[in-house]
Design a protein. Sequence first.
Length: 247
Amino acid sequence: MGVRFWREADVAKDTTPGLALGPKGTTVKASRVGTMAVDAIEAVQAGFGWQGFPDAMFYEAAFGLRFELGGDLEMGPIRFLEALDRARAVAAELFSGSEMLCAFVSIYGGPRATRRQWSALQQLQHMGFRHPFGPASKVGLNDEDHIAQFGEDVFQYCYAAPFAKDDAALAALLWASIAMVTIGPKARWISEIHIADLQKRLVLTAYDDRGMDVAGPDRLALLPLYRKFNAWLLDYDRAAMDAKFAG
């Protein structure tokens, strides 16, 4: 479907469940979440100017880095652990000066939310991410092929959970992002996880054990990562990164 940018008219609040996930996988009325409830689409637009995070974020960001996580290791547990270690190291450096972060989770589905969305978020709770998600912003993708075949559009349900930075929460989100089918536990049905410092306009997303994109507001914000983890940069896009950060 390529890079997705969404119009405001396509965005609707999903209130079907009427619940937010609370600590330890419990559910609470969304109104009780208070200031913890964050509109995912509005937050991304305010922080980064995007109507939702685009696919292949590296190519859409004015300043970005793309890291190779698994290296040349064969598929399996050792490669997964290498990818997780690299992702955690980059995240620790990127957010070293952050106090508050926000997790953005995207799940695809039909026009009506189901228990699948909330089950997926609950899996994150069981994996160690204990912070509550507010109600979803529901985004229509205007997928003409899907509409022609099934008579309805594909929707992306976007959830946001702000949290005070802590290593356990970051580790849980990165594990869920990188985990392969053969590595458990795995957060099923979750398509994308972005971790952002909205105030500093820093964001990262790990696609799986292969790679991770990082974006920032300017060259200086990402220059320490470029220098410290240069050996991990994806060679395919290295020339583009060198053009902005070398020297």
